[in-house]
Write a protein that binds this ligand. Sequence first.
Ligand code: GDP
Ligand code: MG
Length: 339
Amino acid sequence: MFIDYARIKVESGKGGDGCISFHREKFIPKGGPDGGDGGPGGNVIAIGNENINTLIDFRYSKLIKAQKGKNGQGNNRTGAKGINRYLHLPLGTIIYDITDGKHEKIDEVTIHDQELILAKGGNGGRGNNRFKSATHQSPRYAKPGGDAQYLELELELKLMADVGLVGFPNAGKSTLISRVSAAHPKIADYKFTTLEPSLGVVRIGDYASFVMADIPGIIEGAHDGRGLGIQFLRHIQRTKILLFMIDINSIDPVKDYKTLKEELHLYDKYLDKKSHIIAISKIDTVSEEYRNEFLVEIQGEFQQQLQEKIIPISSVTGENIKKLKTKLYEVVNKFDLDK
Ligand code: GDP
Ligand code: MG
């Protein structure tokens, strides 16, 4: 499990002040008080959004502020309400109050469209009209608007990667992830090794995205603890689907694929049953003259022996990268639907 963090500051809107005013009209020399109330300040509200899966958008936001309520006006006009600010948070986000050095859990966002008020806007102050009484016909005071609320928050999201990259060292995994991902969330809970898997958020259009994890090289024998592989196999268990990457320059791509699958299977007999896609990487390294022939041959072998399809890609020229992203997104979504 990867953990994504963000620290933000939120501030609600102050309430608008109540108004001191007296009714004026021709021929009515002494009108009564008619100062309206101030409008309430806007709230800062967290709202669950199932289409978001990282906190990356909050990493660089400093202070998120709702609007102040407008002051009341004469003629008993109430000030306008301050506009709320909404923070769209991925489901599973835990919100902590860390103001003044504390660390208290406030709540957790678990449902799409669920709303949680994080900072409540100040009340609107009452206008002088409200203070009129039998003994006090012309009050010359009104209430100021209520204070804004300021909080420092920590957001924490346990991330499950959607796509796990599986391949031998040098297959081009890291290069692919840096090519396709818009953002690289910081990974927090990595204690056991200096080699970190890296996560990338792959965006498809404005709202859709998925998380890809580059899990450093499986090597043969990883399942029984050889090399670093075994520590990372644990992470692959949590991904929804797998992307196998095999270098086009491999002597026997089908054999490589079988070896990778076997390693997964020996570690966990369900692991190699996950939905997957097979990419043949670095196709730009084969001259165009031979490339097609090469690929037809590789595709033929995968088809014949395993009834599998391949997607040839190059992270350097970008060839077929968009197609791969779209395909991955499709398979990830299918996983969600089948669940
Ligand atoms: P990883 O070990 O699977 O993460 O592999 P890397 O992404 O580190 O890539 C290994 C080497 O292959 C690096 O020198 C990359 O620059 C190179 N490489 C990766 N993808 C491509 C590609 O699509 N085309 C070419 N020409 N080189 C690539
Ligand atoms: Mg790498």
